[in-house]
Write a protein that binds this ligand. Structure first.
Ligand code: TYM
Length: 410
């Protein structure tokens, strides 16, 4: 890289010398020549420098990317069974997984039941919720044959790798994360599991050598922890994982806001059920929740997420449901009051949710089908995780190196 930069500097020095040489050889005086050509020459040279420096820096980025590109692209993400999935989960993660799978990606989705223990978890509720979230993934269109759908706890390697990574993570780094601070501040006895949440999340991804992780914006910092753990692991033991990166879209689907308090994200744990639209909500429930959505006193519909979070959230939902850009949604709303626009948004969302809800109802009547998908998915996930974990075990010294272990067995 240093060499490239040196070459780039030498190129510029040579270029200036050539300019000087041309000036000296020409019959034009330098002043005359500059008066005629200087601006064009200077502009074209600046463009050239700009292009070259861009190439230099983009090559630098590419060479960093190459580290990730050396590993096959694999999409991995998880959904907690802490409640029914809402439109934030659907637009923020699930629907994007389905789209990526349709585009040919190798997509692994798991139900993060171990993560759900970091909050209060009733033993009797875990199984039905796990099945329901798995059914929602299928109802959203995830194809279990093309991808892998499974339950996190069915693959013990997640927890095994989590322990090794936990020994590389520092307490200071984890305790500094805003999500941890916020959750820990709300409880008296803070479980250690809450601190380790992002480490288990890193293990979930790395144990499959996940390269791309579709998540909502709330998970971006957890992905940074995962990337940091990859670096620490490489530094201490050698290369075992690609650096995973969050797939955050630019259509705003990664940040769906609460319908009751647009300063907060739409969340499963919000005590107000009107704050979120569930994938199981009836048309009537959707219409009611949208009608009750908090906006402001300005009657016109505009898209200004910073200053008009409530109405902009509705525009966002409208766009996601109908595949529009905000300008199109706003122009559709021209001449409508907020109340009239809410009816338009509600209709769009009803249309979007109805087919998912119907498939969910169908799957709810056939839980054995969902269980079969999960069993089959776990078997495939275990094979993949075993392979990666064996490499980790060798690198860390938990197992003898492969060649040596063959000799020991024979
Ligand atoms: P969970 O179940 O809380 O959320 C599931 C996914 O939904 C996204 N999400 C949102 N996206 C947009 N707007 C919202 N209002 C909104 N609310 C939630 C979340 O960002 C998430 O992508 N920590 C994960 C579960 C997990 C995981 C993993 C994810 C465990 N291990 C490994 C990726 C990779 C979570 O928050 O789940």
């Amino acid at each position: 890289m240093l060499n490239e930069f040196t070459l780039f500097t030498i190129f510029n020095i040579i270029f200036y010398k050539m300019v000087l040489f041309t000036i000296l050889c020409s019959k034009l005086t330098p002043t005359k020549m500059f008066s005629m050509k200087s601006s064009a020459l200077f502009t074209s040279h600046m463009k050239c420098i700009y292009r070259n420096s861009n190439r230099f820096f983009s090559d630098k980025c590419k060479s960093e990317e190459k580290v990730g590109e050396a590993w096959p692209r694999r999409v991995v993400t998880g959904l907690q069974p802490t409640g029914e999935l809402h439109l934030g989960n659907y637009f923020g993660a699930l629907r994007r997984c389905v789209q990526l799978q349709e585009q040919g990606d190798d997509v692994m989705v798991f139900i993060a039941d171990l993560h759900s223990f970091t909050g209060r978890q009733e033993a009797g509720e875990l199984q039905p919720r796990t099945l329901q979230v798995a059914a929602a993934a299928l109802a959203a269109g995830l194809c279990p044959e093309r991808g892998v759908l499974f339950v996190q706890s069915a693959v013990a390697r997640h927890a095994e790798l989590c322990w090794l990574l936990a020994c590389l993570a520092t307490h200071a780094r984890l305790a500094h994360l805003p999500q941890y601070k916020e959750k820990a501040a709300a409880i008296k006895e803070v479980p250690v599991g809450l601190l380790l949440y992002p480490v288990l999340q890193a293990a979930d991804i790395l144990v499959y050598r996940g390269t791309h992780v579709p998540v909502g914006a709330d998970q971006a910092q957890h992905l940074q922890v995962a990337a940091q753990l990859v670096r620490t692991f490489h530094h201490r033991y050698g290369r075992a994982f690609p650096t995973p990166r969050a797939l955050l879209p630019d259509d705003g689907s990664d940040r769906i806001r609460s319908l009751r308090d647009p300063s907060k994200k739409m969340s499963k744990s919000d005590p107000d059920p009107k704050s979120r639209i569930l994938l199981t909500d009836s048309d009537d429930a959707i219409r009611l929740k949208i009608r009750k959505a908090v906006t402001d006193f300005t009657p016109q519909v505009t898209f200004e997420p910073e200053s008009r979070a409530g109405v902009s959230n509705l525009v966002r939902l409208h766009c996601l449901a109908r595949d529009l850009v905000p300008e199109e949604a706003v122009s559709e709303a021209e001449g409508l009051t907020s109340a009239q626009y809410k009816e338009v948004v509600a209709s769009a969302l009803c249309e979007c949710v109805a087919p998912v809800r119907a498939r969910l109802a169908d799957l709810a009547a056939r839980p054995h089908l969902v269980r079969d998908v999960l069993r089959h998915g776990a078997a495939r996930a275990r094979l993949r995780a075993d392979e990666v974990y064996e490499r980790v075990a060798e690198l860390t010294g938990l197992r003898p190196p492969a060649a040596l272990s063959d000799r020991l067995v024979n």
